[in-house]
Design a protein around this ligand. Structure first.
Ligand code: BES
Ligand code: MN
Ligand code: ZN
Length: 509
């Protein structure tokens, strides 16, 4: 559910109505707009700052209901310290925290006077601020039939029923508007990814997910949906084995965006795990927390959101997105522990645990994308293992790669966007963990290093010489910790990260 609040940029002018948000640097050193308001209110801001010990530090606030005689309803003075050292993530977070203050209670319009006390605010900074504000405004309200009670704190958080408009006053609104074109595309992509992850599995099965992906044709992405028959013909038996216990047919969706044209060469490939619900299959999961497994398609959601963002901002890149959509259910037709299946690559897999299903889905998707597209690099995303949360918590996604350069690029993109990655090892000793007595490999690697043996399994389906990275996003894509820019269960993790990677390293400029 996209934030319904309209956002626009303007040159600095006196606020006529609504809520005014102004800033101060360390000191406090009031920005120009803050000084103007202070004058108009006969020193009210400075006085309030002094009484409350406000020093203009980051996260410090003075929040005032404007007295009689002033045109606007509420004034917020927010500390921003020194913006000279601000990176993209700081502007994004500032936008998020300001959006969090705007409940719409006092007035339907908010004027934000985005200035720094020690430097310029560029158009790109203002666009990042705006993106952060929009992301924070996201709420999944589809299944709420009644409006929230007035004094509900959670409702006040981002009550976009009443906040209608945010005007960002800044030095260079023209440049901000320009930079905001791609920020808007990224916002739409993250919103789509969040919507897909938040959707329950009775509504969003493999067929419905594929239909949502198919809608990307509207923005110029070429979309093919492969149904069970096509998958059988291709020999995607590992993927099909996971879905065979479900009433819902499995699908693979291929999305192509050719923004760099024929001269742009081989595409970069993005591959996503799309298990629309993971019960564990015959190796059934415990009841507690199983509801979270509606989010086991977070990788696929990211790929769809990213493809949408790339198309919407007309990225000069050739990219192909592949998602494997299945439901993992126990039934009389489900695969059993001990079954042996032959993957599309011809390699055989002994299924020791039907709950290690994501890697089987990805194995066939990875092989297919290499056979058909010979991509210049592959990044896969999957809510693959609980073990990655044991290792890294919810602050970093696990990164595995056969390529130091790709790995460094991804890590860097993670640091810039705040979608952080931490590299974990691969190697022959770990690979041995998945050797099987009866088949080429087994689908689980024993007790320790579960995220690593899962990644080793995937690597067995990567051809020599293809740069590849696997992101284990089990801890970051769903059931997310609250942040300045996200209050949604499904975070949309990876869309901003991969957009950055592509922008910096795979796009023609
Ligand atoms: N989808 C789960 C991983 C997961 C767990 C994601 C919790 C998000 C939150 C995956 O399919 C799974 O079940 N993995 C098993 C692997 C094991 C059976 C080798 C796991 O992590 O326990
Ligand atoms: Mn599982
Ligand atoms: Zn799973």
């Amino acid at each position: 559910m996209s934030d319904q609040t309209a956002l626009s940029f303007a040159t600095r002018s006196a606020p006529a109505d609504g809520v005014a948000v102004v800033f101060a640097g360390e000191g406090p050193k009031l920005t120009q707009a803050a000084q103007d308001l202070d004058k108009k209110s006969k020193g009210l801001l400075a006085k309030a700052a002094e009484i409350t010990g406000f020093k203009g530090k980051k996260d410090q606030l003075v929040d005032l209901i404007a007295p009689q005689g002033l045109k606007f309803a509420r004034v917020v003075l927010a500390g921003i310290d020194k913006t000279a050292s601000f990176g993209q993530e700081d502007w994004l977070n500032l936008g998020g925290s300001v959006r969090g203050l705007l409940t719409g209670k006092e007035a339907p319009t908010a004027h934000v006077f985005l200035e720094s006390a020690d430097g310029k605010v560029t158009g790109a900074d203002a666009a990042s601020f705006a993106l952060g504000a929009l992301l924070r405004g996201y709420k999944f309200k589809k299944y709420k039939t009644k409006p929230k009670k007035k004094n509900d704190a959670a409702a006040a958080e981002t009550n976009d029923r009443t906040l209608k408009k945010i005007v960002v006053h800044c030095d260079d609104p023209k440049a901000a508007n320009q930079a905001f074109v791609s920020a808007r595309a990224i916002f739409d992509g993250v919103t789509l990814a969040r919507d897909l992850v938040n959707e329950p599995a009775n509504v969003l099965g493999p067929t419905e997910f594929a239909a949502r992906a198919k809608e990307l044709t509207k923005v110029g992405v070429q979309v093919e949906v492969l149904g069970p028959k096509a998958l059988q013909r291709l020999g995607m038996n590992a993927l099909l084995a996971v879905g065979q216990g479900s009433e819902k047919p499995s699908h693979v969706v291929v999305m192509q965006w050719r923004g760099a044209g024929p001269k742009g060469g081989a595409p970069i490939a993005l591959v996503g795990k799309g298990v629309t619900f993971d019960t564990g299959g015959i190796s059934l999961k415990p009841a507690a927390g199983m509801e979270d497994m509606k989010g086991d398609m977070g990788g696929a959601a990211c790929v769809v959101g990213l493809m949408q963002a790339l198309a919407e901002r007309k990225a000069k890149v050739n990219a192909v997105g592949i998602i494997g959509l299945v439901e993992n259910m126990p039934s009389g037709r489900a695969q059993r522990p001990g079954d042996v299946v032959t993957a599309m690559s011809g390699q055989t897999i002994e299924v020791l645990n039907t709950d290690a299903e994501g890697r089987m889905v990805l194995a066939d998707c990875l092989w297919y994308v290499q056979e058909r597209f010979k991509p210049k690099a592959i990044v896969d995303l999957a809510t693959l293992t609980g073990a990655v949360m044991v290792a890294l918590g919810k602050e970093h996604a696990g990164l595995f790669s056969n390529n130091d350069e790709l790995s460094a690029w991804l890590t860097e993109a993670g640091n810039v966007t705040g979608e952080r990655l931490w590299r974990l090892p691969l190697g022959p000793k770990y690979d041995k963990m998945i050797d099987s007595k009866v088949a080429d490999m087994k689908n689980t690697g024993g007790k320790w290093g579960g995220s690593i043996s899962a990644a080793q399994f995937l690597q067995r389906f990567i051809k020599d010489g293809t740069p590849w990275a696997h992101l284990d996003i089990a801890g970051t894509a769903m059931s997310s910790v609250d942040s300045e820019i996200n209050r949604s269960w499904g975070s949309g993790f990876g869309v901003r990260l991969l957009d950055r990677l592509i922008r910096d390293h795979y796009e023609r400029h």
